[in-house]
Design a protein around this ligand. Structure first.
Ligand SMILES: NC(=O)C1=CN([C@@H]2O[C@H](COP(=O)(O)OP(=O)(O)OC[C@H]3O[C@@H](n4cnc5c(N)ncnc54)[C@H](O)[C@@H]3O)[C@@H](O)[C@H]2O)C=CC1
Ligand SMILES: CC(=O)[C@H](N)C(=O)O
Length: 336
């Protein structure tokens, strides 16, 4: 799934907070099914429970993180404000609360999640709740609960109610033994973080539910996402967002990765556009449930040099965080 853009262009665009384009190449397929906690053996899978002329009714879990608010904005433009519900366990900022429907939802509360899906006649679910790589390593039991138990709840509710389900995976789902440059969609995945392990689990469970119960599960492996107006939630790639804020606010940036740590990244608009494209793709166009997407790869040093072209006074120092470096240094692949 090629999305090619060099770091220089991306930096200019980000500093100007402007948008850009992307593409998701989608290939052929099929499947079968019935559902897990409640079974409907004659259900018609691969067609969602709304007619083609209707808009989907969308729920986004974990919607107050780096990506959810932007996704809601994009989907509301497409499907109408009231057809897209943001949910999270945190309190929304005023501008988010007043921009469209928001609801409290803890993905660990199965009954509450089911009630929301039923009462709001949800047909598409974007499951964004997660603990990212660095915060996940700092609290493995919580990461296991949110990323694995939470996913199980979402999968069961989605299968039970015939939802089209999007769960993002990540470059963190690869590991030191995965092939590099290019990293194929199907390859060895032996990550060494709870985040990566939980995402491989999500990919496999989604694929299993697709074949076993006919769940319309769709998944993209996102690279590190760069955004201007939302803060990252505790990942290894966070530095690539923070540098822009610090450059503009303080003229100084302390990087927690080594200068030569090359990681795949993507601009948020490209990521969200790819997500919508894969969700809108006809079922027959999908040959797999999970695809890689890529845009560019760069190191902190290269990014700093590009930002300095726009903010020449920017001073960058390095204070390496051992956990993030261990994740970034050998667990993520240069697939961009
Ligand atoms: N931002 C990135 O660079 C990338 C993100 N992704 C994936 O995309 C998705 C969204 O990522 P971000 O927005 O960056 O994450 P984030 O960490 O910024 O936001 C996650 C949200 O989940 C919520 N959450 C935590 N526990 C919850 C619970 N029990 N119930 C409901 N919500 C809960 C948090 O309050 C938070 O708002 C995640 O699944 C992540 O793994 C994948 C690759 C890259
Ligand atoms: C690439 C990701 O999944 C995330 N940004 C992280 O660094 O954990």
């Amino acid at each position: 799934m090629p999305i090619v853009r060099n770091v220089s262009r991306a930096v200019s665009q980000l500093l100007q907070s402007s948008a850009c384009g992307c593409g998701v190449s989608i290939v052929p397929v099929r499947c079968i099914g019935i559902s897990p906690r409640q079974v409907a053996s004659d259900a018609s899978f691969h067609s969602v429970s709304f007619s083609e002329s209707d808009h989907p009714r969308v729920l986004i879990t974990g919607g107050l993180g780096q990506l959810g608010v932007g996704l809601a904005k994009l989907l509301r433009k497409r499907f109408g404000k009231n057809n897209v519900i943001l949910s999270d366990i945190r309190k929304p900022a005023d501008h988010v609360f007043y921009s469209g429907p928001f609801i409290y939802s803890d993905i660990l509360d199965y009954k509450n999640l089911r009630e929301i899906v039923v009462n709001n006649r949800i047909t598409w679910l974007f499951h964004y709740s997660a603990l990212l790589s660095a915060v996940g390593e700092a609290n493995v039991p919580l990461a296991r609960a949110v990323n694995i138990t939470g996913l199980h709840n979402v999968l069961d509710i989605a299968a039970e109610h015939n939802l089209r389900l999007f769960v993002p995976s990540t470059i963190g789902a690869f590991g030191p033994t995965s092939p590099r440059d290019p990293t194929p969609d199907l390859c060895i995945q032996r990550p060494r973080t709870i985040y990566g392990v939980s995402k491989v689990h999500a990919e496999l469970m989604g694929e299993y539910y697709h074949y076993r119960y006919g769940l319309d599960f769709r998944c993209l492996r996102y690279p590190g996402i760069i955004s201007a107006d939302s803060q990252p939630g505790g990942g290894t790639t966070d530095y690539a967002v923070q540098i822009f804020h610090d450059a503009i606010k303080n003229g100084k940036f302390e990087c927690n990765l080594k200068p030569d740590t090359r990681l795949p990244m993507m601009y948020i608009d490209d990521c969200l556009k790819a997500t919508l494209e894969v969700m809108e793709a006809p079922a027959e166009a999908l040959s797999m449930r999970t695809y890689n997407i890529s845009a560019m790869s760069f190191t902190p040093e290269e990014l700093a040099q590009e930002v300095q072209k726009h903010v020449p006074e920017l001073q960058v120092t390095y204070n390496v965080d051992a956990v993030r470096q261990a994740i970034g240094g050998y667990l993520f692949l240069g697939s961009g």
